[in-house]
Design a protein around this ligand. Structure first.
Ligand code: G4P
Length: 524
């Protein structure tokens, strides 16, 4: 049996697509399904106005904003491999959710709009991939439209993210008159033919260099010249530095017309890593073929309003998962029966009977499981915690209906546990005047909406005057309280934090009283 776990793991590629909203993530996802022959599900990908599908309408805010807040996992077969695509919430704001999803993938596909390049709001997301050394495959999308010079885009990737771009393909024809790509490995031309809005696979013709030169003339010569330039600077796809998260293979294409989509899928299979032994907290590694183990990277409550349930999404790290097996949570030591294991796609669920390393399973009725928890069969394991991001924005929450304080408290606890926002409580006042802390403003909107819709406890979110947060301890907190103008609060995990209204004031205190504990919350 152990050999088959390793075999199954080696067939898997677990990845996410990250992009700025509108760069084409959803379109590319649909096209991946088209090329994998699994388009039956593609209609469910979109959660946008106009193309909304009934399967993902479980969240009102999601509808109102036209954004996909939920993370789901999508699996499909391609060339004998199982590709697990984890959705990252796509919106203009940072959210911790996205970062958590990145802890559960082995590689990412970064989609850039070739007319826009790297957009400031998403830079942070790319930087996180870089800092975690996640292998990144880059897709320069929308090349069917007039856009920027691809060489310029390569410079931008290198300068802004510090990833060395290594183009695998190079466009033939300028953006807006995109004819196909030069494959830098073979020197051949892949000619694409448009189909109506890319509703079916784009016919591809492989043409040798000589014929390409005759048939494409200047466009081919130009592509060859630029490819020559790339050769000269040694910008060739390099597996080792790609896997180390230092270089990124670049593909040029158009998700809309399907140009270049196949190459990206092939790269996921051929270049992206299969699940490997996962590092444990003590610095060891959990062998793939051992007993089943997993970790929770996302918790979502009330996905199905009629059931009011709680689903923990786990990534299998080792062994074979079998529905019905009992797993133990390392944090609580409590057993968890996995009778209801499913894949969740929008509001639709399919029962999962078995899963292997790299797969994502949604555990239904997961009361008691929190983000970051490790699960194991009998041989204990603790995987390193998922890094939390240092909050950057703060707000206070005021219940609008004082008669709903029980619901309010319940919602606070639940949404804090889910990591929707961090709830900070005044140690003397408990739940009555919490401060909410988040990475991005949108988290507050989601929080308020869910408190209202799911817990029937409407609140008003007011901005709070803090701009910095530090971890502290009892002794330092006592002193900080004396100084005044500093708020000491407690996180859900019991740790004390100090909130400062001005970072200059914080700096002064750090300088004047260096023995106070004022630790940064580690990010990334
Ligand atoms: P996102 O998930 O990253 O937010 O982007 P999405 O795929 O929804 O694409 C955003 C818009 O860009 C869509 O147009 C989509 O059709 C278009 N698009 C995606 N890929 C390409 C491409 O390769 N070339 C061109 N020209 N356009 C592309 P929309 O008008 O917002 O929606 P729709 O009316 O097409 O549905």
């Amino acid at each position: 049996m152990s050999a088959s776990v390793v075999e199954e793991a080696s067939r898997r590629r677990t990845f996410a697509i990250i992009s700025h909203p509108d760069a084409g993530k959803t379109t590319l996802t649909e096209k991946f399904l088209l090329y994998a022959g699994a388009l039956g599900e593609a209609g469910a990908v979109k959660a946008r106005s106009g193309r909304r599908s009934a399967t993902s309408d479980w969240m009102e805010l999601e509808q109102k904003r036209g954004i996909s807040i939920s993370s789901t996992a999508l699996s499909f077969d391609y060339r004998g491999h199982q590709l697990n695509l984890l959705d990252t919430p796509g919106h203009r704001d940072f959210s911790e959710d996205t970062y958590r999803v990145l802890s559960a993938v082995d590689a990412v596909v970064m989609v850039l709009d070739s007319a826009k390049g790297i957009e400031p709001q998403t830079l942070k997301l790319f930087e996180v991939c870089r800092s975690r050394n996640l292998p990144v495959i880059t897709f320069l999308n929308k090349y069917d439209r007039p856009g920027r010079e691809p060489l310029e885009l390569l410079d931008e990737i290198e300068e802004q993210i510090g990833l060395r771009p290594t183009p695998a393909t190079w466009p033939v024809g300028i953006s807006g008159d995109f004819r196909g790509v030069l494959d830098r490995r073979t020197g051949q031309f892949t000619r694409f033919t448009r189909t109506t809005r890319g509703s079916s696979i784009a016919p591809e013709e492989i043409v040798d260099a000589e014929r390409a030169s005759v048939e494409e003339g200047k466009a081919w010569t130009h592509a060859q010249e630029e490819a020559g330039l790339l050769d000269a600077i040694g910008a060739d796809v390099d597996l080792e530095s790609f896997l180390a998260g230092e270089s990124t293979p670049v593909f040029v294409g158009s998700a809309l017309t399907n140009f270049g989509v196949r190459s990206v899928l092939d790269a996921i299979v051929d270049l992206a890593p299969a699940p490997e032994q996962r590092e444990t907290i003590d610095g060891g590694r959990r062998p793939l073929e051992g007993e089943c183990s997993a970790f929770v990277f996302k918790v979502q409550a009330n996905m199905d309003r009629s059931h009011r349930d709680r689903i923990a999404f786990v990534r299998i790290c080792s062994g074979r998962f079998e529905r019905g097996m009992v797993l133990t949570c390392d944090r609580t030591g409590k057993p968890f029966a996995t009778k209801y294991a499913s894949t969740v796609f929008g509001a639709e669920r399919t029962t999962v009977e078995e899963a292997y390393p790299g797969d994502v399973v949604g555990l239904v009725n997961a009361t008691g499981l929190n983000i970051g928890d490790s699960l194991y069969e009998t041989e204990p394991v603790t995987f390193p915690p998922i890094p939390r991001f240092s909050p950057e924005v703060f707000a206070s929450a005021r219940p609008l209906d004082t008669g709903k304080s029980k619901q309010f408290r319940k919602g606070l606890a639940q949404l804090d546990e889910e990591g929707v926002v961090q709830v900070l409580r005044d140690p003397d006042m408990g739940d009555s005047a919490p401060v909410l802390a988040a990475v991005g403003q949108l988290q507050f909107d989601v929080f308020a909406n869910r408190l209202d819709v799911e817990f029937n406890a409407p609140i008003e979110v007011l901005s709070a005057p803090y701009d910095s947060i530090r971890l502290t301890d009892d002794r330092s907190a006592k002193r900080l309280r004396e100084i005044g103008g500093i708020r000491i609060m407690q996180r859900g995990d019991g740790r004390l934090v100090a909130l400062f209204e001005s970072r200059y004031r914080l700096q002064r205190i750090e300088n004047d009283e260096p023995d106070l504990v004022l630790d940064h919350i580690i990010a990334g």
